[in-house]
Write a protein that binds this ligand. Structure first.
Ligand SMILES: [Zn+2]
Length: 157
């Protein structure tokens, strides 16, 4: 760690202590060149993802809640728990690479739908109908039509 006063490269840690339930380590450092002291904080770089819900309220991303939502859509469908967990792990990894730590619930819903349609079409439509809260039959049919077109596209490839 470079000295902020004289830019000397070699500074010495003279004291380390953890703070905030061991999620942060505070280090006192001493510059061996100019003799000044400064403090650095070391933190785990995984921040919880916050979901922005449709009404604007915030909620911490809960993996288990997402799994149980998908499980409901997969009721009596040939989708294994392992596949669902894999899907959610994939989304979690994707989320952790995003620069923003607040994600609209729509983004998560779309991520689930993008993956679910390749696992099981019935589960996909069920999830989409709950998730998008289709207001009328037309919106629902639009979604189905989109799915069918995409399916046709994949078959042609
Ligand atoms: Zn210095």
């Amino acid at each position: 760690m470079k000295c902020p006063f004289c830019n000397y490269e070699d500074t010495k840690v003279i004291d380390s202590r953890s703070q905030d339930d061991n999620t942060t380590i505070k280090r006192r450092r001493l510059c061996e060149k100019c003799g000044k002291r400064f403090t650095t904080y070391e933190r785990i770089d995984i921040l919880p993802i916050t979901i922005i819900k449709k009404d604007g309220s915030r909620e911490i991303f809960d993996k288990n809640k997402l799994i149980s939502g998908i499980l409901k859509s997969c009721n009596k469908r040939p989708v294994t728990m392992k596949q669902i967990e894999g899907l959610v792990d994939d989304i979690e990894n994707k989320l952790s690479t995003l620069p923003e730590k607040e994600v609209p619930s729509d983004t998560i819903g779309n991520m689930v739908m993008d993956r679910l349609k390749y696992l099981d079409e019935v589960a996909y439509v069920r999830f989409a109908s709950v998730y998008r809260q289709f207001k009328d039959i037309n919106t629902f049919m639009d979604e189905l039509a989109k799915l069918l077109v995409e399916k046709k596209d994949t078959t042609n490839d």
